[in-house]
Design a protein around this ligand. Structure first.
Ligand code: NAP
Length: 335
C-alpha cells in the first residue's frame, strides 16, 4: 500500500500489549493514526507513544467504526472471540495473540519465517501461534524442508511471564517469601517446576501441550508428523527454553545441521559446549531471535537429533511475531 495504515492495539495495557508498543517503535512501524484499546478499567489512561500522549479507549462494538487497517489483539480469548469478527466485518485485518482462532480452518496460523504464504488467504483474522510453538517452528522448519520430520518430542521449561502479570507476581512474591497468596499457579513457583501449564484435558495432556501438538501440524502443514509434548513452568521470569528431540525421515550429517541453522532466518546458533556456550534464558530476554545450541545426535535411534531452543516468549513468542505479520500485511492492504 502507498499510504500509511491506521493501527489499533487491543489490550495495549497488558504484558504483551505493552511489548507490542515497544516493538512497533523499535521497528519504526509506519502508521497514520494509532489507537490503544483495553477494558473499561483502563479507559482514559494515557500512554506516551513515540513522544505523543495517546488516550486508551474502552473496546466496544463501535471501536472499529473509524477507519482502521490492522488491529493487533492481545486481550484474552473471550475478547478476541467477540471483537475480532466485528473488526474483520469492518474491513480490519486482525492479528490475534489469543488461542481463540488458532485452529479455525478459516484462519491462517503464521510464523513469518516459516509459512508467510498463509497470510494471503486470511479472511480478516490471522492467528499468532502459542509462544512455545513459535520458537519450535523457527527451529523445525529448515529440518523439515531438508530432511523431513518423522517424530518430534517437546520438553519445555517456560517462563512465568507467559502467565502475564499474575505469574510474574507469584514468582516475585515467592522469592521474597512474603507469604502472599498465589495468583496464577496451583503451587508455589519459586524453587519449583510445575508440569502443569493451562488446564488438563481428558487425554491427560494439558491444553498447552495439545496446543504445541496441534499447532505444529497446522503450521508445518503435515498431520503425519508424530508429535508429543510435556510443558513445564519453571522459576524464570522471561524466555522459554525447550529441549526438542527430533527424528528425521532422511539421514543427516551433524555439521550440515549446524550450517543449516546458521543460514536459516531468525536463528542464532550458540553451540560451543567446551567454552560453556549454549542458549540461556537470561541472554535471550529482550531479543527477537531464536537461539539454538546443544546440537547433538540422538544415538538411541537412526536419524535422531537433540537441540536446545531458547527465545523471549513475550517478544518472538508473541509481540514481535505479530508485528512481523503486520509488516508483511503492509504490502497486501488496499490503497
Ligand atoms: P495481561 O497482562 O493480563 O493483559 C491483558 C490485556 O487485555 C490488558 O490490556 C487488559 O486491559 C485487556 N483486556 C482484558 N479484558 C478486556 C476486555 N474485556 N476488553 C478489552 N480489553 C481487555 O495479559 P497478557 O499476558 O498480555 O496476555 C494477553 C493475551 O495474549 C492473552 O490472550 C494471552 O493468552 C496472549 N498471549 C500471551 C503470551 C504471554 O507470553 N504472556 C504469549 C502469547 C499470547 P485492562 O488493563 O483494561 O484490564
Amino acid at each position: 500500500m502507498n499510504r500509511k495504515p491506521n493501527i489499533a492495539v487491543v489490550g495495549a495495557t497488558g504484558v504483551v500489549g505493552s511489548t507490542f508498543l515497544k516493538v512497533l517503535e523499535e521497528r519504526d512501524f509506519p502508521y497514520e493514526n494509532i489507537y490503544f484499546m483495553a477494558s473499561k478499567k483502563s479507559a482514559g489512561k494515557v500512554i506516551n507513544f513515540r513522544g505523543k500522549d495517546v488516550v486508551v479507549e474502552e473496546l466496544t462494538e463501535h471501536s472499529f467504526d473509524k477507519p482502521i487497517d490492522i488491529a493487533l489483539f492481545s486481550a484474552g480469548g473471550g475478547t478476541s472471540e467477540k471483537f475480532a469478527p466485528i473488526a474483520a466485518a469492518h474491513g480490519v485485518t486482525v492479528v490475534d495473540n489469543s488461542s481463540q482462532w488458532r485452529m479455525d480452518e478459516n484462519v491462517p496460523l503464521v510464523v513469518p519465517e516459516v509459512n508467510p504464504q498463509d497470510i494471503s488467504w486470511n479472511k480478516g483474522i490471522i492467528a499468532n501461534p502459542n509462544c512455545s510453538t513459535i520458537q519450535a517452528m523457527v527451529a523445525l522448519k529448515p529440518i523439515q524442508d531438508k530432511y523431513g520430520l518423522k517424530r518430534v518430542i517437546y520438553s519445555t521449561y517456560q517462563a512465568v511471564s507467559g502467565s502475564g502479570v499474575k505469574g510474574i507476581n507469584d514468582l516475585k512474591n515467592g522469592l521474597e517469601g512474603n507469604g502472599a497468596e498465589l495468583q496464577a499457579y496451583a503451587h508455589p513457583i519459586a524453587g519449583n517446576c510445575l508440569p502443569h501449564i493451562d488446564v488438563f484435558t481428558d487425554n491427560g495432556y494439558t491444553k498447552e501441550e495439545m496446543k504445541m501438538i496441534n499447532e505444529t501440524h497446522k503450521i508445518l502443514g503435515d498431520d503425519n508428523i508424530k508429535v508429543t509434548a510435556t510443558t513445564v513452568r519453571v522459576p524464570v521470569f522471561d524466555s522459554h527454553s525447550e529441549s526438542i528431540n527430533i527424528e528425521t525421515e532422511k539421514p543427516f550429517e551433524l555439521e550440515d545441521i549446524v550450517e543449516l541453522f546458521k543460514n536459516s532466518p531468525g536463528i542464532i546458533v550458540q553451540d560451543d559446549p567446551a567454552n560453556n556456550v549454549y542458549p540461556l534464558a537470561l541472554n535471550a530476554a529482550g531479543t527477537d531471535e531464536v537461539y539454538i545450541g546443544r546440537i547433538r545426535r540422538d544415538f538411541s535411534i537412526d536419524n535422531g537429533l537433540n537441540i536446545w531452543v531458547v527465545a523471549d516468549n513475550i517478544r518472538k513468542g508473541a509481540a514481535t511475531n505479530a508485528v512481523q505479520i503486520a509488516e508483511k500485511l503492509l504490502t497486501q492492504l488496499p490503497d
